[in-house]
Design a protein around this ligand. Structure first.
Ligand code: HEM
Length: 222
């Protein structure tokens, strides 16, 4: 075997390949399909955005404590933070009292609890959640933004869809390349990398569970 064929597959490729089926499932969930098909009202979009707020609060309230962590630390980049953008969107969608009516679905509570647990006890697991959300937002998130602007009349990249706009990232493609290099340099051994991949699959499943509950709350009228 020559040196080239013996080169190990980069971790960024492994994690993307391993989560491909879970990605397709999340993408094609009934709720997402209905949302992207413009078949749901703005109330469904608002409820979905509320769920994201709980998830990003879990991801980002832990970020400060992880900034110096040797494994998760390199991933903590304030240019990614979404909580403030979500709060502007929710204010736009729900008015000044947006916080009062906020409630997590059971699946959202479970998702946020898992993120919080990883942040406290398992930084490499936190990286799996970080990857699943932020790299997705920089990718397919842009498709959701375009649909939301058209379906519910938000200003292009304005209030209502600020969650999808990364003001401080000039080139998402370049950012994603750098991010993949960070994944490839993840400071853990191969067994731990396998566990991170498993946690990534779990992160997708947690997202799918939120979509399932949103789908139950917003069924399409037959
Ligand atoms: C309808 C919804 C979705 C659409 C249309 C969509 C679309 C896409 C597209 C086109 C890419 C490829 C970007 C590229 O090659 O650079 C991508 C990547 C990604 N998506 Fe999604 N996606 C959706 C939902 C989700 C969900 C729910 C998650 C997880 C929460 C997610 C997580 C990811 C991740 C982590 C990547 C990066 C894969 C990698 O390059 O390593 N996506 N998505």
């Amino acid at each position: 075997m020559d040196a080239a064929s013996a080169a190990p597959t980069p971790f960024s490729t492994l994690i993307r390949t391993a989560s491909h089926a879970a990605h397709t499932e999340a993408e094609n969930s009934t709720f997402m399909s209905d949302l992207l098909g413009g078949r749901l009202g703005v109330a469904a979009y608002r409820r979905y955005t509320e769920q994201l707020w709980f998830v990003y609060r879990a991801l980002e309230s832990a970020a400060g404590a992880l900034a110096e962590d040797p494994v998760a630390g390199p991933f903590i980049r304030p240019v990614l933070f979404r909580t403030a953008a979500l709060e502007r969107d929710l204010h736009h969608l729900g008015g000044p009292d947006w916080r009062a009516g906020l409630s997590p679905l059971p699946a959202t509570t479970a998702y946020a609890a898992r993120v919080e647990w990883c942040a406290r006890a398992w930084p490499a697991g936190y990286v799996a959640h970080h990857y699943t959300r932020y790299l997705g937002d920089l990718s397919g998130g842009q498709i959701i933004r375009g649909t939301a602007e058209k379906a519910w009349g938000f200003a292009r990249k304005g209030d209502g869809v600020r969650f999808y706009v990364f003001e401080a990232i000039g080139s998402p493609a370049a950012f994603k390349r750098e991010y993949r290099a960070l994944l490839d340099a993840l400071a853990v051994d191969d067994l731990e990398k396998q566990r991170v991949i498993e946690e990534c699959r779990r992160a997708f499943a947690l997202n799918t569970a939120v979509f399932r509950e949103l789908g139950e709350e917003f069924p399409l009228s037959a």
